[in-house]
Design a binder for this molecule. Structure first.
Ligand code: ZN
Length: 302
């Protein structure tokens, strides 16, 4: 049995030999990071949205189970674009979709991004990914001041934080690939636009989708930022310059990277606390969302 990850190309234009050699070198580093490399396929593609969407809908645990493959978009609300996505499939299998344009950003960036994805695979194969962990332990929402929407986001925060923390701890940090206060400010601006759009149109569904797209992005940036601060690659004082940046720090700082297997009960407990903070941030950004006692969901601009 091969002890290497599988690398395949889904490209409309042939990949030059030199680039293939670079991908092979990166794949070898990736292989060294994961417990079960033979269950991993890295798909390099120049049709990232399409291919990432195809695999995203195969994941057994999804935040939005009605999303179709065609609806997947790499574009984020603040103009950022995803370049890689790990799709966690059944039985420890994983497909990592990587945009072939990543190499153009330089070897350091490619290494940072790819080895970050390798940590997602690691969590998945160790069985201690936080994403959907509430489905794997006894968990009731009733006694929490949170919603499922924010809990799913909180779980992604934990995974992103642990993966990125490990990247820094291993010395794979690409200084050009770091978040800063400006990224937080960029997302705050998208909340403001969503709020102004609501004031003009009164379109509640649109406002809900906009606000949650912004919260999703904010959650990830705060996770990356916390990982950088805790690992000492982002100066805490610089990070503190933007609003809300420190909000998750105290909850995350004691959560280890991917080397330590964290019990699911612990993960779900921290995720619940992170979810409460995300609700607070959403309120501060001008929106209120909760499940009223009588049932249903309530979303309104504050
Ligand atoms: Zn990630």
């Amino acid at each position: 049995m091969s002890r290497e990850i599988n690398v395949t190309y889904r490209v409309t234009r042939a990949v030059p030999a030199a680039q293939q050699a670079t991908w092979r070198a990166l794949a070898a580093e990736f292989t060294a990071e994961v417990p079960d490399p033979e269950k991993v396929e890295v798909v390099i593609t120049d049709e990232y949205d399409k291919v990432a969407g195809e695999y995203a809908v195969q994941e057994p645990d999804r935040m939005n189970s009605s999303m179709t493959a065609e609806q997947y978009r790499a574009d984020r609300v603040d103009g950022a674009r995803a370049v890689a996505k790990t799709c966690a499939l059944a039985d420890g299998q994983a497909v990592v979709v990587v945009g072939s344009a990543l190499l153009a950003e330089g070897m350091r960036t490619a290494q940072h991004c790819l080895l970050h994805e390798a940590q997602h695979v690691r969590l998945h194969q160790h069985g201690d990914g936080a994403f959907a962990v509430h489905r794997r332990v006894p968990f009731a929402l009733a006694d929490q001041e949170i919603t499922w929407e924010c809990l799913w986001l909180a779980e992604t925060v934990l995974d992103e934080y642990r993966c990125e923390r490990t990247v820094h701890e291993r010395g794979w940090t690409d200084p050009a690939n770091m978040v800063g206060p400006g990224d937080v400010a960029g997302v705050v601006a998208t909340f403001r636009s969503a709020r102004m759009r609501w004031d003009v149109t009164g379109d509640r569904m649109r406002a809900f989708n906009d606000a949650f797209a912004s919260l999703d992005r904010m959650a990830k940036i705060l996770a990356y930022g916390a990982a950088g601060v805790v690992a000492g690659v982002i100066p805490a004082a610089a990070w503190a310059k933007a609003p809300v940046t420190g909000r998750l720090l105290d909850l995350l700082e004691d959560v280890p990277g991917t080397d330590v297997v964290v019990p699911r009960e612990e993960l779900v407990a921290v995720a619940g606390e992170v979810a409460k903070r995300l609700h607070q941030i959403l309120r501060e950004m001008g929106f209120n969302f909760f499940y009223p006692p009588g049932g249903g969901k309530y979303f309104e601009p504050v």
